[in-house]
Design a protein around this ligand. Structure first.
Ligand SMILES: [Zn+2]
Length: 85
């Protein structure tokens, strides 16, 4: 049986490599029925987006801050709950 531990490993793997078709199909099915892994995938996507924003040198610090706040709000998170740099 495909477990959450396998799903989260594949979700993380998908950040670093292209999943095989079998892995992708299995993962998609699991994420469809499992709200926990669906949430984990969403959170990982947010983290990836925030890291991209914060490591890009093409934006000013103010633009990065505004973008981070926008991403957090879009996820239903309170940007003021996070420390500012
Ligand atoms: Zn799961």
């Amino acid at each position: 049986m495909f477990m959450c531990s396998s799903a989260t490993r594949l979700i993380s793997d998908a950040c670093d490599r292209r999943l095989a078709v079998r892995e992708l199909v299995t993962l998609r099915f699991h994420v469809t029925i499992c709200p926990h892994c669906r949430r984990y995938r969403q959170q990982l996507a947010v983290i990836q987006r925030l890291v991209q924003l914060c490591t890009g040198d093409h934006l000013s610090p103010e633009a990065v801050s505004a973008s981070v706040r926008r991403v957090l709000k879009r996820q239903g998170l309170d940007p003021d709950a996070f420390p500012r740099s």
